[in-house]
Design a protein around this ligand. Structure first.
Ligand code: ADP
Ligand code: ZN
Length: 293
């Protein structure tokens, strides 16, 4: 029998908690807004206590966070500007309350693991999962392991070429201004065009510019990590016209240099939406729980 697992998708605006064994078998799910750590983590604990007991829990959380089990601050959200959450020992609180193994990683590493287990990255050993939403983040599996390294990747904060004449927008990253997240996150689109992404028509120039920045970033990720596939999720990627634009521009900016048929002949299967759709986050958390077992 498959072991019952718990997953917590901990986002900056909402939490999703679920109990199950995989995509075909989610037995209970709850979502609630992210408020103070005590209240929000308390609600997650209460949810799991009401369910059939789980054998492990995975937490896929907003960051920055400390995913290194050998570090004294392991399990903590570290330096977030989110009020009250800096230095919160999230994994420790869940472990203490439920007394089961706890997996703890970034939301995007979790989503990457879920996609590897059940979604668009099955059978691969090196790929990235990007989310383009309120922020931009990337998770990576490299040679079969989730990439942590020094802390964890921060793919949203790479610098990009910025043509100030074509796009005079300053960018909104508090640390870097016009980094990738500063230029291409959902809030950056809203700031630049004074309208939310979901309100802009599909032929609006915003999407050409958005695809331009995303493709510049993909070129960098392809050249540094050599991913076998790139999965792109998050609210902004719900615009279906973005995928063809991003694929074409990525080909243009690579300019034939990376000589793989996966890119040159099969770009539609190289840059893809999440196989798990909008459940990538919570299933990723469950996958982290499974790994913790
Ligand atoms: P979060 O990053 O908080 O987990 P999302 O991935 O849904 O949540 O990202 C929210 C951002 O995505 C917001 O800035 C919102 O304007 C933008 N967004 C949501 N839906 C769409 C859509 N259909 N088209 C374009 N942008 C969208
Ligand atoms: Zn930045």
């Amino acid at each position: 029998m498959k072991k019952l697992l718990g997953g917590i998708e901990a986002g900056g605006t909402k939490f999703v908690c679920a109990v199950g064994t995989g995509p075909e078998d989610i037995r209970a799910e709850v979502r609630f807004p992210t408020t103070t750590p005590a209240k929000t983590i308390g609600r997650a604990v209460a949810f799991f206590q009401e369910q059939e007991p789980v054998t492990a829990v995975g937490i896929a959380a907003f960051g920055p966070l400390d995913p290194n089990p050998r570090s004294p601050t392991y399990g903590c959200i570290t330096t977030t500007p989110k009020p009250g959450w800096a230095n919160t020992n999230f994994a420790g609180a869940i472990q203490a309350a439920l007394n089961v193994p706890v997996g703890f990683d970034t939301d995007v590493n979790g989503a990457a693991l879920g996609e590897w287990q059940w979604g668009a990255a099955q059978g691969l050993d090196t790929f990235i999962y990007l989310t383009i939403g309120t922020g931009i983040g990337g998770g990576a599996m490299v040679n079969g392991n989730l990439l942590h390294g020094l802390i964890h990747p921060e793919m949203g904060h790479i610098p990009l070429p910025h043509d100030w004449e074509a796009d005079p927008y300053n960018g909104r990253c508090p640390y870097h201004g016009d980094c990738l997240e500063g230029m291409a996150s959902g809030p950056a689109i809203e700031d630049r065009w004074q309208k939310k992404g979901q309100e802009l028509p599909p032929d609006h120039p915003a999407w050409e510019l958005e695809a331009h920045y995303l493709a510049l970033a993909l070129r960098s990720f392809i050249c540094t990590l050599s991913p076998q596939r790139i999965i792109m999720g998050g609210g902004v990627m719900a615009q279906p016209q973005l995928f063809p634009l991003v694929r074409q521009k990525t080909l243009d900016y690579l300019n034939g240099y990376v000589q793989s048929p996966a890119i040159l002949a099969d770009i539609d299967r190289y840059i893809v939406p999440p196989g798990l759709g909008n459940r990538a986050g919570v299933l990723g958390a469950i996958a982290l729980g499974r790994q913790a077992l």
